[in-house]
Design a protein around this ligand. Structure first.
Ligand SMILES: *Cc1c(COP(=O)(O)O)cnc(C)c1O
Length: 391
C-alpha cells in the first residue's frame, strides 16, 4: 500500500496490510508453514517459488508483511526479519566479512555486539578495532585497505553518546566502506538512517516494535546494493522467526508512534526531575541541553525515546540495594522498550576499551514506561530516601 504523502503515524498503521485481500479483515493472517506445495513438476522444476515462497524457513506472507512495514518506516530498500536483535547484528557482520578482513566498531556498542566481534569473528579471522563514538570524520584515519564496514550505534548503549553519522558515512563512503547502524533506540521513527548515509540499519524489534516485553525479534533494513550478501547470510544462518511472533510484532508496530510519543514525554519529564536531584551527578539524555551531544541530536533526530542513563556518586552496594530492591513500579531486568519501566545498575567502565570510562560513580540505566510519570517520580523519590538512609 503506497500513499503519496505519509507521516510515520500513518505508516505504522497502514504499511504491511491489505484487508481487501483477506475478506476485509483488518490484520494480515498468520501463516504457519514449513512445506509449501507446488502444483506440478514444471512449477517445482522451474524457479521453485510460489509467489516468492518456497519453504517456511525463508519466510511466509506474515514475515513479509512485517518486513514490508519496517522497510517503509526506516526508509530502506528491503528488510529481513530474524529471530532476535542479536541475530540481526551477527547476520550482517558475517554477511559482510570474510577471513582477513577488518571492521570498525564504536566503543559504545551494545555489549553483545562486542562479544560476537571478540569471539566468533576473531576466531574466523576478522579483526575489530573499537573507536571513539565521537570520532566523526576522524574515522577516515582508522580505515584500512581491508576494512569492510563501520559499525555505529547512536545514542550508544549505556553511555548515550550521539554519533555524527553523516560525517562518519561521508568518510567511510569515500573509501567504499558501508556504514551499519544499530538504530534500536530511535525505533526507526526518530532517526531516519538512510537519509543520513547509513547503508544497513539494524533494530532489536524486541524493544519498541514489539513493545510489550513478550517477543524476541530483529530487523535488518538495507540498500539494494547490499541485498545479496545480507540475504545470503540470513538464508545460511536460518534463524527464521515464527509466524505468531511476527504477528505480535506487527500488532506492536501499529501503536508504536503513539507509544513512543508518551515514552518521549515521560522520559524527558523524569530526566529533568533526576537532573535536579542532589544525589545525581549527571543525566545522560540527548534531549537535555546539558548533554554534550545535544546539538548533534537536535540536528539529526526528530525525537527521543524512553531510555537514558544517570550517574550517582560513589554508593555502596548495600545502599544501592536499599534503593532498587523496594521499587514498586520499576523492574530490574535486561531489555527495554516495553510498556513497563525498568531501572538497572550498569558498569560501562568494565566494557570500554578505546575510550576508558572516566567516572567512578554508579551508573544506572532507566527505561521510562507508560505508567503515569508522577507515579514513577514518587517511586524514585522514595528510592532516593532509602538510598540516603542507608548511606
Ligand atoms: C537489546 C538490544 C539488542 C539485542 O536485541 P535482542 O533482541 O535482545 O537480541 C541490540 N542492540 C541494542 C541497542 C539493544 O538494546
Amino acid at each position: 500500500m503506497q500513499l503519496p504523502v505519509m507521516h510515520d503515524e500513518t505508516r505504522v498503521t497502514t504499511l504491511g496490510r491489505d484487508p481487501q485481500r483477506h475478506h476485509g479483515i483488518v490484520n494480515p493472517p498468520v501463516y504457519h508453514a514449513s512445506t509449501i506445495l507446488f502444483p506440478n513438476l514444471a512449477a517445482y522444476d522451474a524457479p521453485r517459488t510460489r509467489d516468492g515462497y518456497y519453504y517456511g524457513r525463508y519466510g511466509t506472507p506474515t514475515t513479509r508483511a512485517l518486513a514490508e512495514a519496517v522497510a517503509g518506516i526506516e526508509g530502506g530498500d528491503f528488510s529481513l526479519i530474524v529471530g532476535s536483535g542479536k541475530t540481526a547484528i551477527t547476520t550482517v557482520l558475517l554477511g559482510l566479512t570474510k577471513a582477513g578482513d577488518h571492521i570498525l566498531v564504536t566503543d559504545s556498542a551494545y555489549q553483545p555486539t562486542r562479544g560476537f566481534a571478540n569471539g566468533v569473528l576473531r576466531r574466523f579471522g576478522v579483526e575489530t578495532t573499537y573507536y571513539d563514538p565521537r570520532i566523526g570524520a576522524g574515522i577516515a584515519e582508522l580505515i584500512r585497505p581491508n576494512t569492510r564496514l563501520v559499525f555505529t550505534e547512536s545514542p550508544g548503549s549505556l553511555t548515550f553518546e550521539v554519533q555524527d553519522i553523516p560525517a562518519i558515512a561521508e568518510a567511510a563512503h569515500a573509501e567504499g566502506v558501508p556504514v551499519v547502524m544499530d538504530n534500536t533506540w530511535a525505533a526507526g521513527l526518530y532517526f531516519k538512517p538512510f537519509e543520513h548515509g547509513v547503508d544497513v540499519s539494524i533494530q532489536a524489534a524486541t524493544k519498541y516494535i514489539v513493545g510489550h516485553s513478550d517477543v524476541m525479534m530483529g530487523t535488518i533494513t538495507a540498500t539494494e546494493a547490499l541485498r545479496a550478501p545480507i540475504q545470503d547470510a540470513s538464508n545460511e544462518l536460518a534463524g527464521a522467526p515464527g509466524p505468531d511472533d511476527c504477528y505480535l510484532a506487527l500488532r506492536g508496530l501499529r501503536t508504536m508512534a503513539t507509544r513512543l510519543a508518551q515514552h518521549q514525554a515521560s522520559g524527558i519529564q523524569l530526566a529533568e526531575w533526576l537532573e535536579a536531584r542532589p544525589e545525581v551527578e549527571a543525566v545522560l539524555h540527548p534531549a537535555l541541553p546539558s548533554h554534550p551531544d545535544h546539538a548533534l541530536w537536535r540536528r539529526d533526530f526528530s525525537g527521543s525515546s524512553g531510555l537514558f542513563a544517570f550517574r550517582l556518586g560513589a554508593v555502596s552496594r548495600t545502599a544501592l540495594a536499599a534503593m532498587l530492591d523496594h521499587l514498586e513500579l520499576f523492574g530490574m531486568g535486561a531489555s527495554w522498550g516495553g510498556y513497563e519501566s525498568l531501572l538497572i545498575p550498569t558498569a560501562p567502565g568494565k566494557i570500554r576499551t578505546a575510550v576508558p570510562w572516566p567516572y567512578e560513580g554508579q551508573m544506572l540505566r532507566i527505561h521510562v514506561g507508560l505508567e503515569h510519570p508522577d507515579d514513577l517520580i514518587r517511586d524514585l523519590d522514595a528510592g532516593f530516601a532509602r538510598l540516603n538512609a542507608a548511606s
